[in-house]
Design a protein around this ligand. Structure first.
Ligand SMILES: *Cc1c(COP(=O)(O)O)cnc(C)c1O
Length: 302
């Protein structure tokens, strides 16, 4: 098989470009702002959102080798990788943070990974933290009996993934002035910004607290494109306490948004993004006449 051919990637029949949907919400229309939802959650029933865009080029590069990647106990990225493995008939290995998790019953997220055929390898937190150091990585691959594996970093963000997310920006050309996305590792924002037209800008809403995301995104763009691309900025005020943390206001906002618009709002990322855009609009952060596009990068676990 030629190495440019991932096994059956085209057989996944993904819905690309993903739909753009305008919604009517008086908190935006009163300010003269249009809000579009970029429905990446509809790309594929199991490989949703930015995870599809990030994984696809890596699956191609793996060329049939087993895929080994990393994540915490509730990682969307691990679940997406496991689903891809099942759909494409590729072996997958998930290196999970927390040796202690090996003893108890698997949580629903890890059970899904295992049911999809992902081999789970639990590792202690200090080893996990050093997983990008070459000797530590080599030791993990040995311990997981996966020395031939194609390694995808935590969160799936590498240069190939950033290239894959450029299509998100390209699909939004001519649609919006500001394209906004919730950020974990920042790989999606790095690609989105690179794909937009020069008169558009990207806005990232970090869901983790106090990271080094600015520097990480610059590094990812350097790795993927050789230097900075596009116009982007981050607004750090909407993490609500950190990853998977929430506040009563955020929960109420997400419930209300779901009711108003019939959109199941994914809580770890998408809720914080929509909450941020609503707050910024109320604060007058966007000039009247501005069109915003919110990337709906995932949907709630069922
Ligand atoms: C993983 C994920 C993100 C974050 O993507 P990064 O490229 O890591 O910033 C955003 N939204 C959803 C729903 C995700 O699962």
């Amino acid at each position: 098989m030629p190495s440019s051919d991932a096994p059956g990637l085209t057989t996944l029949r993904s819905q690309l470009p993903s739909p753009v949907q305008e919604i009517t919400d008086d908190r935006f229309t009163h300010r003269g702002i249009r809000l579009l939802l970029k429905r990446d959650d509809l790309i594929h029933p199991e490989l949703t959102g930015n995870k599809w865009r990030k994984l696809a080029p890596n699956l191609t590069a793996a060329a049939g080798r087993p895929i080994l990647t990393f994540g915490g106990a509730y990682s969307n990225h691990l679940r997406a990788t496991a689903a891809a493995g099942r759909l494409l008939g590729l072996p997958t290995i998930g290196v999970v943070r927390g040796q202690e998790l090996a003893d108890g019953p698997l949580n629903p997220s890890l059970s899904r990974c295992a049911a999809d055929g992902m081999r789970l390898h639990f590792t202690d937190r200090s080893t996990y933290r050093r997983k990008t150091e070459p000797e530590t990585l080599a030791a993990i691959l040995r311990a997981a009996d996966a020395e031939d594996a194609y390694v995808v970093p935590e969160g799936g963000s590498n240069a190939r993934a950033v290239h894959g997310c450029r299509s998100l920006g390209e699909e939004l050309r001519g649609h919006a002035d500001v394209a906004a996305v919730a950020c974990g590792t920042g790989g999606t924002l790095a690609g989105l910004a690179a794909g937009l037209a020069p008169d558009q800008r990207a806005l990232g809403i970090p869901v983790l607290k106090g990271g080094f995301l600015d520097a990480d995104i610059r590094a990812l763009q350097r790795e993927a494109f050789g230097g900075p691309r596009g116009t982007w900025s981050l607004d750090d005020r909407f993490h609500c306490g950190g990853y998977a943390r929430t506040t009563p206001e955020l929960d109420a906002f997400a419930d209300d948004f779901s009711d108003r618009h019939g959109l199941p709002v994914e809580r770890l990322y998408v809720a914080k993004l929509l909450y941020a855009l609503t707050t910024l609009t109320t604060e007058g952060a966007f000039r009247p006449g501005t069109t915003l596009a919110a990337a709906v990068t995932g949907r709630p676990l069922d």
